[in-house]
Design a protein around this ligand. Structure first.
Ligand SMILES: [Zn+2]
Length: 134
């Protein structure tokens, strides 16, 4: 399955892409980025570098830098495979420390959740748009 998906201003389709990708590769936590380039919303999946990818995820910083060079980053995405749509303490701490929202999809619950850290630089209107769709 293609790792990059972009649409003209249709965030729902990017969310569907995350859902389909995570469901297809259900043996590991999938991870990637949600961003915007001009008028386009972009979802990009990257390899999970964790030594235990069925338990947690780890993004290669180089993948993140490459994405952020060409996009306004909205959120870091990952899936949960054997647990619900609840952020772990590690997820929340990571989001707070890098000041980037986290978007999570639980395959088990078939549900998205969104975590917004106290400090971030994402346009509030876009965050509201994501919140309104999940
Ligand atoms: Zn998690």
């Amino acid at each position: 399955m293609e790792q990059v998906f972009e649409t003209e201003n249709n965030l729902v389709e990017v969310l569907n892409f995350f859902k389909q990708y995570s469901t297809k590769y259900f043996n590991t936590e999938c991870c990637g980025f949600l961003g915007k380039r001009g008028d386009k919303f972009v979802g990009q999946m990257v390899d999970n570098r964790s030594p235990e990818p069925d338990l947690y995820f780890c993004v290669d910083p180089i993948d993140f830098v490459k994405f952020s060079e060409n996009h306004d980053v909205i959120a870091i995405f990952h899936s949960h495979i054997n647990n619900g749509a609840i952020f772990s303490e590690e997820d929340k701490n990571a989001s707070e420390s890098i000041c980037i929202p986290y978007l999570l999809y639980s395959i088990m619950e078939k549900k998205f959740v969104f975590y917004i850290p106290e400090n971030h630089e994402v346009d509030v209107k876009i965050l509201d748009k994501v919140k309104g769709l999940i």
